[in-house]
Structure formats: structure tokens, C-alpha cells
Design a protein around this ligand. Structure first.
Ligand SMILES: Cc1ncc(COP(=O)(O)O)c(C=O)c1O
Length: 495
């Protein structure tokens, strides 16, 4: 549409110019001048053509800072029959006071809220600009070409945050509310290191100290994460660590363990529960984290309106579910309310090493390994399950967000799982076509999008696929190196 308008304006201007030139010379009937002028105008028309054709209007859709959403969307308002978290001691629904040893009041309020929208504090919204929000929605033309698919593939660029991933969206909000509540220190877990990095950096904006427990396997494989987190001024320990009671217990029983997100969460919660001035901050899973991430999907909706894009599929990877929820929930909410996305399918992609949706059970389970958290109704592989070591450390979690789990259980979304070898193959193709090296976690979403595009090719259908590129992989190069060397192991739990 825009291109047609563009052409009409250009052609009208040059036709008028040409017409007046002729009028001027018609009196003298100088045919040389006539043909020169005609030639000139044709050359000018043609010179515009490649410029217009080279940058299609949907190559990259940007929004301006004023378009950053003013409210978060709460999926809990549109999902019925949600099961509340339970106090493991009483078996009764957890009370707000059960969360108080580790969370501040505002976060607890958001966790239990069923309001459809919650205002984003102005200070948080302002700081989102420094995380490069709004993030562009970009079309993967060269990937489409390499796949020879009639499908259109778009990706939301969470990799453009200076922190490397989508994790800053909730880190900012959590740090803000904790600082407002007078908290001086935050503790947290991190898998791949992206979440720990995000919290470590934003803590500086609110004068908070941060202690990060990083899953040992990832800590060893990605030593530069420690440097980044220290550079931002936070402390970091490989988990399980000697620093907590629970860490020491695990180390005694399993001295060789590579750790897990469940263990790292227990260590961080233990520390927070001991000191009233210290709170725990979580990078995924819980409702308030899903809420903060909905800026992703709300921006994408605006961008799809501008680009006149109607997605057949929206795809995102799932570790604890936050980039998936952030991307999908605002659209799923509209679908439930009959306000659009009628024919859109939402696809969650998880690793074969931790396939909580595709192979887990929907039941009450602890969010951590040590049993410090309330019981959550979610798809889980069991809180004691320690997934195989994979490069996508952020997807190595035994459970899934209760909101994503409820949507999956009711058939509103689908899920698939991949071996890490297939996802790195996808990452390599993306790097060579689009120039971006995706995080190993994001490679799962990419692989899902590629498979849907190949399916469209096989059926000769012009499908539109939008996926969330949740982060870049510039600190995950060891995985790429292993893939290139041919030494990358399979990550399937059945092998
Ligand atoms: C880049 C990236 N994508 C995805 C994830 C998975 O987390 P979530 O499911 O909460 O989005 C992580 C987690 O660390 C990550 O670092």
C-alpha cells in the first residue's frame, strides 16, 4: 500500500515536471530538447526504482519511544479456572504473607492480580528506552530466500538490548519496586547468565546490591558472564555453592553435579529469607514476570498493524516461559476476547533436554529443588529432575510458568521440542543469512519458525510466521564452536 502511494506521488510529480518542460519548449518545437527532457525524466524515475525496491516497508518496523506501552497486560485476567499457588505446609492457597520473606508488597500484589492492565511506573518506562525499547520487528528476507519458502518470516529483536536479551524488561520493574520498598540487596539465580546480567546492571540504577547464583555447568562454559556480572558490580557464585546451607547439602550428596536452575533458585531464596533487607528476584516463571514482559507482545501488535501483518504463527522458546508469555499473551488475550488473532497459532519451543510441556505432567510442584517456594500448578518434570547439560542454559528448567501451563493445558497454545544440534544448525543459517548470532535459547524459536516455513514450502502456502529472537549469542560461542567442530553432543533426555 505505502509503496503504491509512494510510486503515485513520484510519478505524478515527474509527469507534471515533464509536462511543464514540454509546454515551455513546445513553442519552439525543439525535438532535441523534447527527447532530452523525456530521457532525463525516465532516468530519474528509474534511479528511484532500486531505492524503493531495496528497502521494502516491512524490512524493519520501528516504533518511537512514545509507543512504549503504558500498561502491562495481565494474562490472569483472561484465563479462567487458574489454580492458586499452595502453601506446602498447610496445602491451602498461599497467602500474600507467605511470600513476604522474599518479595516486596507490590510484587506480591501483581503476582495475585487479576486486573487486565497494570500501569507501568513512569520511571520504569523511561528506563526501558535505555534498553533500546521499542525493539524493532524485522523481516528475515535472506533467511526466507535461503529456505526457498513462500512463507514470510518476521522476528522481534530482543537481542538489541545492551543487556543482550529480553530479561531487562522485568529486571527494571523488579529492581524499581524493591528499591521503593527500602530493600538493599537482591539475590537471584541465572541459567545462561542473561538474567543475572540484566539484574546486575539495573540494580545500579536503583542503588541495590545483587548476588547471583549461576548454574555451575553454564558458569564453567561461559566464564565471561562472571566478568560481565562483576563489571556491573554484582557478586556471582557457581551453584551449587558453599555459600548457602542448601548448596553445601547438594555438594555433599552430588559433588560432581553441574547444577540446575531449581538448585540455584533454592540458594537465592535461602539467602533472601534470612535477611529482611534482602529480597529474591526471579527471572521467569511467576505471573509478575510474565506481566512485565508483555511490553514485547504489545509493541509487536502495534508493529504488525503498521506492516499490515497477520500472523499465522507466533513462535517463542520456553525456559520458564517469560519471553513466550511476553510475546504471546497480549495476542492470546485478544484472541480469547474475540478482538483479533482468530486464526493465529501460538507455538512454544522447548529443549529435548527439559521438555516440561511436551513430556511433563500438569500438577502441583515446587518451583525450586530445595522446596523453598510455594507449590505451583504447572507442567513439570519433577523439581528434583536435573536436565542434561546444554548450551541453552536458560531453558534448563524442570517446570513451566503456571500461566503458560494453563494456556497449554486448555489447548490455546501448542508446543514442540528440539535437540540442541538441530537448533545450532538453525542458528548458523541465521548468522549466515541475517548476520545475527542468536542465543542458544533463541535458536529454539528460530528452529521452530524455520520448520513452519519449510512446512509452508512443502504445501506451497504463503504463511506468515513471527518469532521472538529473545537474545544474542555473542557470549555463547563455545556452543557454536562445538557445532562447527562436529563435537556438539545431542541433548535428548532419551539418549
Ligand atoms: C536469551 C534467552 N532466551 C530465553 C530464555 C528462557 O527464559 P524464558 O522462558 O523465561 O524466556 C533465556 C533464559 O535465560 C534467555 O537467556
Amino acid at each position: 500500500m505505502y509503496i503504491i502511494i509512494h510510486y503515485c506521488i513520484f510519478y505524478s510529480i515527474y509527469f507534471l515536471r515533464f509536462y511543464f518542460t514540454m509546454l515551455q519548449y513546445s513553442i519552439q518545437i525543439d525535438f532535441n530538447v523534447y527527447f532530452n527532457s523525456l530521457l532525463n525524466n525516465i532516468i530519474i524515475y528509474l534511479s528511484f526504482l532500486p531505492k524503493i525496491m531495496a528497502i521494502p516497508k516491512d524490512a524493519r518496523i520501528n516504533l518511537s519511544p512514545e509507543d512504549i506501552p503504558k500498561r502491562w497486560y495481565n494474562m490472569a485476567s483472561d484465563l479462567t479456572d487458574l489454580k492458586p499457588p499452595l502453601n506446602p505446609g498447610t496445602g491451602e492457597p498461599a497467602k500474600p504473607s507467605d511470600f513476604e520473606p522474599i518479595f516486596c508488597k507490590e510484587i506480591i500484589k501483581q503476582e495475585g492480580s487479576t486486573e487486565r492492565y497494570i500501569d507501568i511506573p513512569e520511571e520504569v518506562r523511561d528506563n526501558l528506552i535505555y534498553l533500546n525499547r521499542p525493539a524493532p520487528l524485522q523481516r528475515a528476507y535472506r533467511l526466507e530466500k535461503a529456505l526457498k519458502t513462500p512463507a514470510k518470516i518476521y522476528f522481534k529483536r530482543e537481542d538489541m538490548s545492551p543487556l543482550g536479551s529480553h530479561k531487562g524488561n522485568t529486571a527494571l520493574a523488579q529492581a524499581y519496586y524493591n528499591a521503593e520498598a527500602g530493600i538493599h540487596t537482591l539475590t537471584t539465580e541465572t541459567g545462561a547468565g542473561q538474567w543475572g546480567t540484566a539484574l546486575a546492571m539495573v540494580s545500579n540504577l536503583y542503588d541495590l546490591d545483587t548476588t547471583v547464583f549461576m548454574v555451575k555447568g553454564s558458569y564453567m562454559a561461559k566464564p565471561l558472564r562472571k566478568t560481565i556480572i562483576n563489571t556491573y558490580g554484582a557478586k556471582i557464585y557457581a551453584s551449587p555453592s558453599e555459600y548457602t546451607e542448601f548448596g553445601r547439602k547438594v555438594l555433599k550428596e552430588h559433588p560432581e553435579t553441574s547444577g540446575s536452575l531449581g538448585i540455584a533458585i533454592s540458594e537465592a531464596c535461602e539467602l533472601a529469607a534470612k535477611d529482611p533487607g534482602t529480597n529474591y528476584s526471579l527471572g521467569s516463571v511467576l505471573n509478575h514476570v510474565m506481566l512485565h514482559q508483555t511490553v514485547i507482545g504489545q509493541e509487536t501488535i502495534q508493529q504488525m498493524e503498521i506492516g499490515e501483518i497477520t500472523p499465522d504463527y507466533v513462535v517463542a522458546c520456553t525456559g520458564g516461559g517469560s519471553n513466550f508469555g511476553g510475546m504471546v499473551f497480549p495476542m492470546l488475550g485478544k484472541k480469547i476476547r474475540g478482538e483479533g488473532f482468530k486464526d493465529t497459532q501460538f507455538v512454544a519451543v522447548e529443549p529435548k533436554a527439559a521438555p516440561s510441556l511436551t513430556e511433563g505432567q500438569f500438577k502441583y510442584d515446587f518451583g525450586d529443588t530445595g522446596g523453598f517456594t510455594p507449590l505451583l500448578m504447572m507442567y513439570t518434570l519433577g523439581s528434583e529432575f536435573i536436565p542434561n547439560s546444554i548450551h541453552a542454559g536458560g531453558l534448563r528448567y524442570h517446570g513451566m510458568s503456571p500461566l503458560v501451563s494453563a494456556a497449554y493445558d486448555s489447548g490455546m497454545i501448542s508446543a514442540r521440542s528440539y535437540d540442541q544440534t538441530a537448533t545450532f544448525e538453525a542458528g548458523l543459517l541465521f548468522a549466515r543469512t541475517e548476520g545475527i548470532i542468536p542465543a542458544p535459547e533463541s535458536c529454539h524459536a528460530l528452529k521452530g519458525a524455520i520448520d513452519l516455513a519449510l512446512d509452508a514450502k512443502a504445501k506451497n502456502e504463503e504463511k506468515t510466521i513471527v518469532f521472538c529472537l529473545s537474545g544474542h549469542g555473542l557470549l555463547d560461542l563455545y556452543g557454536y564452536e562445538q557445532y562447527l567442530d562436529g563435537t556438539l553432543p545431542s541433548s535428548d533426555i532419551h539418549q
